[in-house]
Design a protein around this ligand. Structure first.
Ligand SMILES: *[C@@H]1O[C@H](CO)[C@@H](O)[C@H](O)[C@H]1NC(C)=O
Ligand SMILES: [Zn+2]
Length: 335
């Protein structure tokens, strides 16, 4: 148990070897270890009931499931430890970061915002095409907190509750990848003269932190990270198959005829992950060795795999040409 508790603080943690009940205990441990339970006078039983309710409100999708929720929260916990965030953030900010991570994909249906909007689903209609999924995750989170037996914030006064609600909603809404460029640009403008006493700066940093954790699988060791790519592709294929069946637009990177694991990952690591983590590195240089180095190694490995894939396709192409050539020759022999 002690070894697990220490391992839980690092991005190298093996997220695959645990049952839901064990992941729930780990989440409970993180809240205790960060002193959120005693510090905010939370009822430990309410914390348990709340986490169980969270688990029940994640669907069994290939990717956007309870284990993904666990991964994102465990990465947040790792970053809080690695970057000593408790020394620079208030405990309310730590509570907001952790709780937003836990809640950030509640009741995700496995089909993305673009699908929701193009298929004119109930969610898209309800939220007027504006981040329908993320709005839904927020709403579900606060429906859960509205049940007294799951309300871990019952000890907060109304003003503090408002602040926490606002903070969590801002972070969950920031996980919409359609806003990636906007949010990263805003952070880049602040980072060189970052002011930890400026509320706007701190909010922007928290938004970038949850974004980092949300898409951090490739920071993990190869054996832990790679199965997640299969899960993501499985969910993409589910969506693109449905889009084809419903005559909706299909993205090439989701099409089972066009995408492979290396092609899916190389661009994402090079143009989304590394630039974002390198910007965060300006504030927290300690993430270079622990988080950015694994990203570079993963990029290099997928580039090698892609070269092998390309070479195999070249061989396959030559073989087909030879078959056609000899079939034609033998045909002409008979004539
Ligand atoms: C969502 O799916 C659409 C295809 O319907 C695709 O074009 C879009 O890039 C996807 N968005 C994300 C964030 O993966
Ligand atoms: Zn997510």
């Amino acid at each position: 148990v002690c070894e697990t508790v220490e391992a839980l603080r690092h991005p190298t943690f093996d997220v695959w070897q645990w049952e839901p009940n064990e992941m729930l205990s780990c989440l409970e441990h993180m809240y205790n270890d960060l002193d959120l339970v005693k510090g905010f006078n939370m009822n430990p039983i309410t914390l348990k009931r709340w986490l169980l309710c969270i688990h029940d409100n994640y669907q069994v999708n290939p990717f956007h499931n309870f284990r993904h929720c666990f991964c994102v929260t465990q990465m947040m916990y790792s970053m809080i430890c690695l970057c000593s965030l408790q020394e620079i953030f208030t405990q309310v900010d730590i509570l907001i970061l952790m709780t937003a991570a836990v809640c950030h994909d509640l009741q995700h249906p496995g089909y993305n915002n673009t699908y929701q909007i193009n298929a004119r689903t109930e969610l898209a209609v309800r939220y007027n095409d504006i981040s329908p999924l993320e709005n839904h995750h927020c709403a579900v989170a606060f429906q859960i907190f509205s049940q007294p037996d799951c309300n871990i914030f019952s000890t907060f006064d109304p003003e503090a509750f408002k602040q926490i609600r606002q903070g969590i909603n801002t972070l969950i809404l920031a996980t919409d990848m359609a806003r990636h460029g906007e949010i990263l640009d805003s952070f880049k403008h602040k980072v060189d003269s970052f002011d930890f006493s400026d509320e706007e700066h701190v909010t922007c940093l928290k938004m970038v932190l949850i974004k980092c954790c949300d898409i951090s699988n490739e920071v993990r060791p190869m054996e832990v990270a790679e199965p997640w790519v299969d899960c993501l592709l499985e969910e993409y294929f589910m969506q693109s198959d449905r889009e084809k069946a419903e005559s909706l637009p299909v993205a090439p990177f989701m099409d089972r005829e066009k995408v492979t694991k290396p092609t899916a990952q190389i661009g994402f690591i090079k143009f989304v992950l590394i630039p974002m983590f390198e910007t965060v590195m300006k504030l927290f240089p300690q993430i270079e060795e622990v988080m950015i180095q694994p990203l570079r190694e993963s990029r290099d490995r997928y580039e090698e795999l892609k070269q092998i894939d390309d070479a195999m396709n070249e061989v396959r192409h030559i073989c087909l040409c030879l078959i056609v050539f000899f079939e034609d020759t033998s045909a002409s022999c008979y004539v």
